[in-house]
Design a protein around this ligand. Structure first.
Ligand code: TRP
Length: 429
């Protein structure tokens, strides 16, 4: 997969533009050669190095996600959970929010219905996919998440919410506060169990939520780390900075700084020797020390940003377009029909395709192989080459995809049955 980049298509150009526009760095971590990393399905990140360091040093970190209980869990939702499971295996303390308040607000799903959908359609599949016990909670029932969402609401005003989400005046208040409840989902583990790096795997369309949450985190912190010119810690607030400056200075020195200067008027501690500083240590220690004077201090959450899967019929994959995706609870026969009607990168006629080959890089069916149906790179490479050289026709390729999808769905179905007995290991009440 290295010599040919499968995403040299228009999609990646869009992602490059997105990265530039929103200042998203490229993802260059290999995550133990994880499937999503090595196939370039992770197209960017926010501050992932702090999580990577936590994994490397085996120190505490959180992995967090949320689900909207508004319908079926589909293959597009599976990718995030696969990553959460990966992080759990690497030692993450996992928290999963059921966004039942959000689906009540935005989709009119009652809390009772939301609960049932979350368990039947999501939790059972999560367990079937390999999720081990973790904190799986409902927004509507978590008083600690609700409480912190009130507290952090102080940091955001309406013009900011409008700028990010385009909210009109007719929006209902619960919809307007949903992103703030979500920010609380992401920061609450740190608030209640102590500061540590947090990773939130998200689809590329969810980056605004992460940006907002990172901003909120930094606004609520007293210590702010700035790495644009050398390393600077500035002290927020208006109170006498002497004590926090002393703490910050101390931590900077323990992190390996030799030349440290301070500016009391501007409330800044500064070091020139940026290259030698243990930034991971510094950030963790700052957050921990700050906790003594500010109970709302957190480390800004990190994200890995996933490339969005294309719908089977082209366009966006979404549960509001049932023929564009496959639900994990659907029958293999039904998924076969969808796949057989899918869009491909094939040519107009069989002769032409034999002669010129197909285009796997603009093919939703090839994407199914990439994300879900071909775990082995040699196998994927074979599918790719056969397509490119005109040996593989779309009909047979789809049929093989449908066959593999059927096996996956059947396996999940069996595992869901076993998972049923384990629900109470995840939901504690
Ligand atoms: N809003 C997310 C969605 O539409 C669900 C969600 C709620 C979430 N809380 C979260 C996602 C925290 C990531 C982290 O799917």
């Amino acid at each position: 997969m290295n010599e040919v980049n499968p995403w040299s298509s228009s999609q990646i150009e869009d992602y490059e533009r997105m990265r530039k526009e929103f200042g998203i760095p490229e993802f260059n971590f290999d995550l133990d050669n994880n499937l999503f990393a090595r196939r370039h399905l992770i197209i960017g990140h926010r501050d992932f190095s702090s999580v990577n360091e936590a994994m490397r040093r085996k120190s505490k970190f959180y992995a967090m996600t949320g689900l909207m209980p508004s319908g079926e869990m589909h293959i597009g939702n599976k990718t995030v959970i696969d990553l959460i499971i990966y992080f759990q295996k690497k030692g993450a303390d996992v928290h999963i929010a059921v966004a039942d308040l959000e689906s009540y607000a935005t989709r009119g799903i009652s809390l009772e219905k939301g609960r049932q959908l979350a368990i039947e359609n999501f939790l059972l599949n999560y367990i079937a996919l390999g999720l081990e016990p973790c904190d799986f909670y409902f927004q509507s029932e978590s008083s600690r998440v609700q409480k912190f969402s009130y507290i952090l609401s102080k940091e955001v005003n309406m013009s900011e919410m409008k700028a990010i989400y385009g909210f009109e005046d007719s929006k209902r208040m619960l919809e307007i506060s949903s992103p703030l409840i979500q920010a609380s989902d992401i920061l609450s583990p740190q608030i209640y169990d102590g500061p540590a790096p947090t990773v939130v795997p998200v689809g590329a369309d969810q980056d605004p939520h992460i940006r907002l949450t990172r901003d909120i985190s930094s606004r609520m912190n007293l210590f702010r780390l700035n790495m644009d010119r050398g390393i600077e810690i500035s002290i927020g607030g208006t109170e006498d900075p002497e004590k926090p400056m002393k703490i910050a200075e101390n931590i900077m020195i323990r992190a390996g700084a030799t030349k440290v200067s301070r500016n009391r008027k501007y409330r800044i501690i500064r070091s020139e020797d940026s290259g030698n500083l243990d930034l991971f240590f510094m950030r963790n220690e700052l957050a921990r020390a700050e906790r003594e004077i500010n109970r709302y201090s957190t480390i800004a959450p990190s994200s890995v940003i996933l490339r969005l899967e294309t719908g089977i019929r082209g366009g966006k994959m979404s549960k509001s377009v049932p023929e564009s995706t496959i639900s994990l609870n659907e029958r293999p026969e039904d998924s076969r029909k969808k796949i057989m009607r899918g869009l491909t990168g094939g040519k107009e006629s069989v002769e032409e395709q034999k002669r010129l080959g197909g285009n796997p890089y603009a093919c939703p069916i090839f994407e199914l192989y990439m994300y879900h149906l071909s775990k082995d790179d040699t196998d994927l490479k074979r599918v790719e080459e056969e397509c490119l050289t005109g040996k593989r026709m779309c009909g047979e390729c789809k049929s093989e995809a449908a066959e593999r999808m059927g096996l996956l769905l059947n396996e999940l179905k069996e595992k869901r049955e076993l998972a049923r007995d384990r629900i109470n290991e995840y939901i504690k009440d």
